[in-house]
Design a protein around this ligand. Structure first.
Ligand SMILES: C[S@@+](CC[C@H](N)C(=O)[O-])C[C@H]1O[C@@H](n2cnc3c(N)ncnc32)[C@H](O)[C@@H]1O
Length: 327
């Protein structure tokens, strides 16, 4: 497991941030077989402590200033599952009745909580695939849920979604009548063979890691993976604002600099309107044969849930539940 180059900047565990909700508690008890709440808390925090050792670039707000030694704070939200909060998830589940062996991809999956939730909800494990920068997070997921690659045989591919060796969207892949060439999904080493093959893509707390241009590129890359058939869907939840722009409120409160620089410190957030425009006009615009409907709803979130507790109680912070569905 890769560790921080400079151990002094490694974030320390913050057990007081352990706020598990009842449905999440039930989920963990079901999957881990643990019976006792205190034992569950100890188990989750112990795995979290290990995961804090993993060095990754979590925030890349601007390509000019990627944080080189970021302090990855794996606060307990990393152990929650967002997927079931998103209305688009329930549209994705309907594809199980409409298609033969539809593929679900979870991008930026971290420990794989969300893909596990989908499997519990009925998505066949051989038809799901997860991906993240770091293999270590996926391995920690097995530890967290007390599973093994044999007991939870979901496919996982480690890699940077922006890297062409991970996903080459310019390659021509001839349509085939069957999925035989990509089965089993566990045999894949890159996402490229999945071009135009994925029925549902989940990406939560992911887009907001990147600046505006990178978010657009990311959207193009996910669109290239999507099977262009009615009902195919990309969905997620991430940081947003009523008006598109930087989340300067948070940067202003959390930056050590006297004059926080939004392009360096703040998260770039789309608004529901700019998010719709991005997908309906830029990605699947009139120049494209595939048309989509975008749903995007702003939701005010709580400090307790999202770790903004140091920033005062008047701060309004939003996330957006969204989906992009082929019509
Ligand atoms: C904030 S976490 C979100 C985890 C999970 N999706 C959730 O909703 O809780 C973002 C994840 O994206 C991964 N990540 C960051 N940059 C990435 C990239 N360029 N390609 C693939 N994964 C990336 C990180 O390693 C991290 O696990």
């Amino acid at each position: 497991m890769a560790i921080y180059r400079d151990p002094s900047i490694r974030p320390s565990l913050e057990p007081h941030r352990y706020h598990i909700q009842d449905h999440e508690r039930q989920f963990f008890l079901l999957l881990t077989g643990i019976k006792d709440d205190q034992q569950l808390r100890g188990h989750i925090l112990a795995v979290q402590q290990k995961a804090y050792q993993v060095h990754t670039i979590l925030f890349q707000f601007t390509s000019a200033h990627p944080l080189q030694d970021p302090q990855l704070r794996l606060h307990p939200s990393f152990f929650f599952h967002q997927i079931a909060q998103i209305p688009g998830y329930y549209n994705a589940l309907k594809l199980l009745d409409k298609r033969t062996d539809p593929i679900l991809l979870d991008l930026g999956c971290c420990f794989g909580n969300d893909i596990r939730k989908a499997v519990v909800d009925g998505w066949p494990v051989q038809n799901v695939i997860a991906s993240d920068l770091r293999q270590e997070f996926w391995d920690a997921g097995h530890e967290l849920f007390k599973s093994t690659p044999e007991s939870f045989p979901a496919a996982f591919i480690a890699g940077d979604i922006f890297d062409p060796s991970m996903l080459d969207i310019d390659i021509d892949i001839a349509p085939t009548p069957t999925d035989n060439d990509i089965r089993p999904l566990t045999s894949l080493t890159t996402l490229t063979p999945l071009k135009h093959r994925v029925s549902a893509i989940h990406a939560s707390s992911f887009f907001h890691l990147f600046n505006e241009d990178q978010q657009r590129l990311l959207a193009l890359r996910l669109a290239a993976l999507l099977l262009p058939e009615r009902g195919s869907i990309i969905f997620g939840q991430h940081g947003a604002r009523p008006e598109k722009g930087f989340r300067i409120e948070v940067a202003a409160n959390s930056s050590a600099d006297a004059e926080p620089n939004p392009t360096k410190h703040a998260m770039f957030c789309h608004s529901p309107a700019s998010w719709k425009h991005l997908w309906e006009q830029d990605i699947f615009g009139p120049h494209q044969p595939t048309r989509v409907r975008v749903d995007a709803e702003l939701q005010e979130t709580t400090n307790e849930r999202w770790d903004f507790e140091d920033l005062g109680t008047n701060l309004k912070v939003y996330v957006m539940n969204w989906s992009v569905e082929v019509i």
